[in-house]
Structure formats: C-alpha cells, structure tokens
Design a protein around this ligand. Sequence first.
Ligand code: ATP
Ligand code: MG
Length: 422
Amino acid sequence: MQSIRGMQDILPEEIKYWQHIYFAAINTFEIASYQEIRTPIVENTELFLRSIGEGTDIINKEMYSFKDRGNRNLTLRPEGTASIARAIKQHNLCNEHQVQRFWYLGPMFRYERPQHGRQRQFHQLGIECTGTINPMADAEVIYLAQHFLRELECTQWYIEINSIGSIDHRNKYTIDLEKYLSQYIHDLDEESKNRLFINTIKILDSKNQKTQAILDQGPQLINYLDEQTLNHFHKVTSYLDSLQIKYTINPKLVRGLDYYNKTAFEIKTNSLGTQNTICGGGRYDNLIEQIGGPAIPAVGWAIGIERLLLLVKNTIKLQEQPLSYYIATQGTEAKKYALKVIPTLQKYQIKFEIDFSDSSFQKQLKKAYKKEALICLLIGLDEVETNTITLKWLNKHEQKNYNLEVFLKNIQKNTKQLCIEQ
Ligand code: ATP
Ligand code: MG
C-alpha cells in the first residue's frame, strides 16, 4: 500500500521543522493579538463555489469533491479563508465595528499535477484580519507575513503588490481587455487562448513573453479603478514605506481566487523555479456577505508551508533538547525500580529513554553512546538493594553512585550542573 499520489507522510525527522514553524507562528501572531482558529477539513461544496468563484482553476479542475452517505455534496477544503468566513458568520464572531484577528495552520487539498513545491495535500498557514476597511490592516498583515519569514531566517523573497479594485472595476476592464486581446488571439500562448473568454483577467499572469508584450500595449487595470480605491492603495503603500518594507508594484498581479478586492499581494522567491509564490493574500471586503453573513470587510494571506520549508530548511536553527538520561536496567526488579525515576524526569522536562532490553549493561551502554546521551543511569540488583542509582557520564568515563531520594530531590539542579559539566 502506498500513500495517495501528491499526498505525503511527514516523518519524525521532518516534523521537527513543522513544530518549529508552529511555535514560531504562535509567537509571532499571538503577540499581535491574532487568535488561532481551526475549522473542519470538509465543507459543503457550495461554500467554495460561492466564494472562490466559478471561472477559477480551483473550482474548474482542482476540487476534491464527493458525495457522502447522506448524499450531501462535500469538498475537502482547497484553502482556508472561505471556511473562516463561514465560521465567522455561523458563530457571529465579529460585526462591522469590531476588529477580529485570526490565524490558522492546516492541510488543504487541490487536485493538481504533483511536482516540486506542488502537492495534492499541502498545508497553509494564514492570517485574517476582519472588521475594518482601514488600509492600516492591509499593512499590518503584510508586515506580519514578512516578519514571520524573517523569524524563520528566510531572506530569499520579495513582495509584489497591486490594487485589483472591485468586481465592477474588473468587469469593465475585462470587457475591454477581451475586446483588445481578441484581435491578437492567434498570437497568444495556448493557455491564454483558452482563458480568453472564460477567465480573461488571468491572462495577465501569463509567463509567455509574446503574450506579455501584447498585454503591455493594451488596456491597464489601474485606469479602471475609482478615486477611493486608488486612495486606499496609496495609503497601504505609504504605511509599508513607514515600516521600511520593500515591495514592488506589479500592475499585472491578479490572484487565482475571485473574492479579492482592492489590495492583492504575493511574496515570491527566485529560489524555487516555477513554483515561486510562497505567500498570497489580499483584501476581501465582500466574501462574508457573499456567503450569507453580515457585510464585514477583511484582509489576509496564506503561506504554503511545504514551499516555505523548501526555502528555509537549511537555515532554520532547530533547538533540539539533548538526551539527558539513557536508562539501563538488568532484571525485573530493576525495571520496576527504574519506573520510580520517570515521573520526576517528566515533571522537570528532562529528556530520557528507557532501554527495554535485558541485554548486558555493556550492550545497553553502547546504545546510550550511539544515542549521544549525556548520562547513562545504571540500575541493577545492587542499586535496588541499596536504594541507590548509578550515573555514568558518557563522555568522561566517570561514574558515581547516589542515594535514590537524594538524586531525585536534586535532579533539577544536578541535571543543569551535569549539562554545564559537559
Ligand atoms: P500557485 O500559483 O502556485 O498555484 P495559488 O495562487 O494557487 O499558487 P494560493 O491559493 O494563493 O496559491 O495559496 C497560497 C499559497 O499556498 C501559495 O503561494 C503556495 O505557497 C501554496 N500552495 C498553493 N497551492 C499549492 C499546492 N498545490 N502545493 C503546495 N503549495 C501550494
Ligand atoms: Mg494554484
């Protein structure tokens, strides 16, 4: 049996990085008053149809949808924002006059061709700031994204930002763009040709140079935005300037989800080949209302953890706790006696490993060396009978016998001392 194509096990060696990222997220976001939220992996398919938009790649070809035994149309969530919008509405988590901040981390599912940095089950870490149209919120979420990357020693990235206006602005623009591009339909790349009458605006994303040259001469989205939208964008960039956050304005940046309006941004890297977007986000002022909730504006982003790890795995400094005690025993009585030590080690968070075998002390010591333990606790019949415990310092070839109660009473102090002595 094998795991499903595009869905990977995360093995213990790898999990260390995931835990590091999770704790870095807690530290970064909770300090900024973002609260963690977890929503179910499965939602009604309709939620995504109504939020992500029918012409998008996710809805057209990437959804993991199925019917359950009750004949309900369900989908494994392809992203986190729609579910959070649903939770906000369902539990009345915010209103128009109240700012709420959330963060999340969890698996997402998209039926895409698996490749480097692209999987069918992948994970996103994201934040959402709801309840305000203030451009300062846009700046706050962008600030937190770049701050989080810095915390992880990730430096190989750049921010691109754009204003994509409202649906109305984009609809007007799309009509003109479609008209303009239709004249050059034979010169467009294949993918753009296919998109022309379905998801015209996504052609801006094309990597094809000829298509890009044609676009450069055509209508520009910025000219379709109203005063208020331009003003908002100007404020966002000026806040970023005061935060000394570097960005480039990319007038062709559009996102793959329909719910965004005004601010859209991406954090990209040059180090990952074609899968070069690590973080995508923007403002979504109409989403919560669109799925039947109150009109609550919001802004947020999501980072792909697998892609992030491809970038930072070599630079993250993991703080691994050393194995303080390897516990070697001989015989059933010694094993029972050894169990008395465990609760104290657990209480003081001192890392230990018990050898379950009945092999010779010599063999067990060999294993202790291999595991790079600081100390091997030796417990045999002698120790049981004299109510003591023998400590063997593995790098000094020194050993000492202690009274068990004295050892346990001083274990915190002793272990610290032992570590220093190492
Ligand atoms: P892409 O253009 O790479 O497909 P996207 O625009 O579909 O990205 P978003 O929906 O904005 O991506 O998701 C935010 C982030 O989630 C992406 O920047 C990326 O890091 C990550 N991501 C998206 N799809 C996948 C996937 N199939 N496998 C791994 N990571 C992904
Ligand atoms: Mg995609």
